[in-house]
Write a protein of this length. Structure first.
Lengths: 503, 351
């Protein structure tokens, strides 16, 4: 094996992978499952079910959200959600205790009526890609990007590279590593099925070399699949982020880099999280896993474990089933210490459900001081620039974000920021750079939205004025041409009379 | 959304390459300045220490009053050491014989006008110490250009090195010590020499040791021994900062490299020059390259930009030294390139 690859920039962080000394624990089905009607990018979903409907596991609750177990819809209402910016959202609530009769399904799994009927029809019903597109599987990386979006783009351009991302670089997150330790054979079998369906020119699994057990299991399973290349990476955060990983893999394979502004999938480069790839491979077999692995950690070492949790399971149930009920006012961190978000474990938060993006939950030792840290002014020392995995200049972005100079921010490439938090970690002045960039980007998006709205309103007004002008012209011509000013009215009345006389 | 995630502090602490915060950073720069300062005091007189004390004190007072006026936390900001460092650097740049009130005026201008008017630390576009120096140099050319004779000649070497041209006056007549005050640094001595020598032999190649120079003027020679020793002390302090990763190598290497390269090219093309090595060890080249141009606030922010910025300082220094009206060009080089930083950042910042 050649030397491990290293992404550009990034940080070597201490290895902190909870619960890898034991196997994955399966959490039993809770009495109530909750499915937020939110998709990637905070897009609201329209429910396809109504309270009282019986649904089977795999049925569509909304376009882009499937039920993870059998049950009856008990309500569609606002519930608490785990989200970096929202505390609650409309949700479909499923009662799993009600026993379904065999015939009460509204749709059967694999129903041709799917969210992407047009794409499916073009491919033909038997195409494996149609099956994958119809499966509606969301990415199990941090972003929850719908895999169908990537697949559709890849399908249109042909798959050149299938990159399975098994890099899990942030401390406190170990779900993918646990999956490979326990189920490497199943994962590789699923990847192999996916590879046969997509026919990529090159299939690569990327993984860091500091995961000995997962790597051994993966190597053993890969013996049967010579077409799949294993690429080792240095354990550098954020290797698991798609952009730096893909850039490095492309450079290694001698393929051209992704130009700025294009999406990798449009170039036939498909990058999938390892658990997502497994889910897609299983979807080709007709099974639809309604669960994911969640890494739990806390001050009590007994709470360091990886659990397979049915999607929609409330947090409270998860903690109770693992034997660690959480008292209120403890703080919970969702995700890792660099890219995650923190919530107080109040009753409200504990009612929120696990979603496809919940990869790690850490119970923190004490309540969190939510005040901003004491920062000092930026002295432009430049420590942030070499650690940026996408080669941005955070110190310049900081300067222009403070001045809200949108043109400069765009020129400096703020849209490429991964929000990985490497610059925050090294800033000697403790400036929350990522937070500032996130705010600047949302301001930027908001401005773009308002601009589009204003453009639309402007177009409408112009069209209305043009129409009024046309009407005024026509009225004037009517005025000059007709003998009486109310000629049109009398003509209409005459027509009505004529119709009334008719038998 | 929480600004600082729990666990981030632990990650911060675990990073071996992390830069120190502003306070520790400025303090290690001051530690690196100490040997050179003490050597200067030994070679040039106790006036250096008096100046440093005066410069640091007046800078701290100016900073404290500016912070109070602006309603900013005084103690926290004072302790970052940036004002004290600016005062220290300015005191090292001026002659030990400068009247105290002029130095106090210089540091006050550096802190109040060059730093706080622009918004305090992190916001000053120009290097405060160099602004103070430039104001003093232009306002008080007579007192600023007077150096003690010992600046040209180390004590204890007076009689043993009579050939040192810069020690000429002293060696001839120790009682005329004060006459030497007007002919200050070796760079200036060299410049005067060149002015006198050049008109005669403008058409043909010249070497610095041109024997046809007028008898009254010695040909240019390597810099005064004291100045070279002090420059060596700055080099050592700067190397320590490089080793500690307090500063990056880009600025000192690009600055000194450009300066030496320009001198070398001039030498090769036969111009009157003091030579690359002498150029590095005379004037403020070492102090400027390691301690002044490396001020991160007023330097370019990107790595590429820093190389351009420092090379620009080297080029301007060479130009001023060989063709300008001042004996030393580091200060103006730094200030001019400070002015170019926004453009350099703009051109070098896009990914």
């Amino acid at each position: 094996m050649s030397r491990p690859l290293r992404i550009s920039g990034g940080l070597a962080l201490p290895r902190d992978k909870p619960g890898l000394d034991r196997s994955i624990q399966t959490i039993p089905l809770p009495p109530e499952l909750i499915f937020p009607l939110l998709a990637h990018g905070d897009r609201a979903l329209q429910p396809r079910v109504a309270p009282g409907d019986a649904v089977r596991a795999g049925d569509w609750l909304a376009d882009g959200s499937r039920a993870s177990a059998d049950g009856r819809v008990s309500a569609i209402e606002t519930r608490a959600v785990l989200h970096p910016r929202l505390s609650e959202a409309p949700c479909v609530v499923l009662d799993t205790r009600s026993v379904l009769e065999p015939t009460t399904t509204v749709q059967s799994p694999g129903d041709p009526e799917t969210p992407h009927p047009r794409r499916a029809r073009r491919l033909g019903p038997d195409s494996p890609l149609a099956t994958l597109l119809a499966a509606g599987i969301d990415g199990q990386g941090g972003a929850g990007f719908p895999a169908a979006g990537k697949l559709a783009a890849v399908q249109a351009h042909g798959c050149r590279l299938l990159l399975i991302n098994a890099c899990e670089c942030e401390p406190g997150i170990a779900c993918d590593e646990a999956l490979l330790q326990d189920e490497a054979a199943a994962v590789v079998a699923a990847i192999e099925r996916l590879r046969r369906a997509l026919q990529p020119a090159l299939t690569v699994i990327a993984i860091e070399h500091d995961k000995p057990r997962a790597l051994a299991a993966l190597r053993t399973a890969l013996v049967a699949c010579p077409a799949v290349t294993l690429l080792l990476f240095e354990p550098i955060y954020p290797s698991g982020a798609e952009t730096p990983l893909l850039t490095r893999v492309l450079a290694h394979a001698g393929l051209p880099a992704v130009p700025t502004g294009s999406r990798p999938a449009e170039l036939g480069l498909l990058c999938l999280n390892v658990a997502t790839a497994q889910a897609l491979g299983q979807a080709l077999d007709g099974t639809r896993p309604g669960s994911r692995i969640v890494t739990l950690s806390g001050p009590d070492p007994a709470l360091s474990l990886n659990a397979r949790v049915t999607l929609g399971t409330p947090l409270r149930w998860l903690f109770e089933r693992t034997g660690h009920p959480v008292d209120a006012n403890r703080a919970l961190r969702f995700g890792g210490p660099l890219s995650g978000h923190v919530r107080t474990a109040c009753a409200h938060t504990l009612d929120a459900p696990i979603t496809i993006t919940t990869h790690a939950i850490a119970l923190l030792p004490e309540a969190v001081d939510s005040s901003l840290p004491a920062t000092r002014p930026c002295i432009r020392c430049g420590a942030c620039a070499p650690v940026c995995p996408v080669n941005l200049q955070p110190q310049l972005l900081h300067w222009h974000a403070g001045a809200a100079d949108q043109d400069a921010l765009h020129r400096l490439g703020i849209d490429r920021c991964l929000e990985c938090g490497c610059c925050d970690a090294v800033c000697p002045s403790a400036i929350p750079l990522t937070l500032q960039f996130r705010a600047a980007r949302s301001l930027r998006r908001e401005r773009a939205r308002r601009h589009a709205e204003a453009e639309r309103a402007d177009t409408l007004i112009r069209e209305r004025q043009a129409r009024l002008q046309r009407e005024a012209l026509r009225d004037r011509s009517v005025d000059t041409g007709s003998p009486a000013p109310n000629a049109s009215v009398s003509a209409a009345l005459a027509r009505v009379k004529a119709r009334a006389k008719r038998p | 959304m929480n600004a600082s995630l729990p666990g981030l502090a632990a990650i911060r602490a675990s990073l071996p390459k992390a830069l120190p915060a502003t306070g520790p950073l400025m303090r290690s720069v001051m530690w690196a300045l100490l040997p050179g300062t003490l050597l200067s005091a030994w070679l040039l007189g106790v006036g250096v220490l008096v100046n440093v004390g005066l410069g640091v004190t007046s800078a701290l007072i100016a900073e404290a009053s500016a912070l109070r006026l602006r309603g900013r936390p005084v103690r926290a900001t004072l302790s970052d050491g940036s004002a004290a460092l600016a005062g220290w650097l300015l005191a090292l740049c001026v002659t030990p014989t400068l009247p105290g009130w002029q130095l106090v005026l210089g540091t006050s201008i550096a802190i109040l006008l060059a730093k706080h008017v622009f918004g305090g630390i992190g916001h000053n576009p120009f290097n405060p110490a160099m602004v103070g120096y430039a104001v003093l140099l232009i306002s008080f050319p007579q007192t600023m250009n007077v150096w003690p004779a010992s600046a040209l000649q180390p004590p204890g070497a007076v009689s043993s090195v009579p050939a040192d041209p810069t020690a000429m006056a002293d060696a001839a007549d120790p009682s005329s010590r004060w006459d030497a005050l007007t002919r200050q640094t070796p760079l200036d001595a060299w410049r005067t020499t060149r002015r006198l020598v050049e008109p005669d032999r403008s058409s043909e190649p010249m070497t610095p040791a041109a024997p046809a120079a007028p008898a009254t003027v010695e040909p240019a020679r390597p810099p005064g021994r004291a100045q070279a020793l002090i420059a060596l002390a700055w080099l050592l302090g700067g190397t320590w900062l490089l080793w500690r990763r307090t500063i990056g190598w880009h600025i000192p290497v690009a600055l000194l490299g450009t300066l030496a390269l320009c001198e070398l090219v001039a030498l090769v093309f036969g111009a009157t020059t003091i030579g690359p090595l002498a150029a590095l060890f005379s004037g403020g080249a070492m102090l400027g390259a390691f301690f002044i141009a490396t001020d991160p606030v007023s330097a370019a922010a990107t790595v590429r930009g820093r190389l351009v910025y420092a090379a620009g300082i080297g080029l301007i220094t060479f130009a001023i030294r060989s063709a300008g009206g001042w004996p030393e060009g580091i200060a103006f080089g730094v200030l001019l390139m400070n002015g170019a930083v926004p453009m350099i950042d703009r051109l070098s910042g896009a990914p």
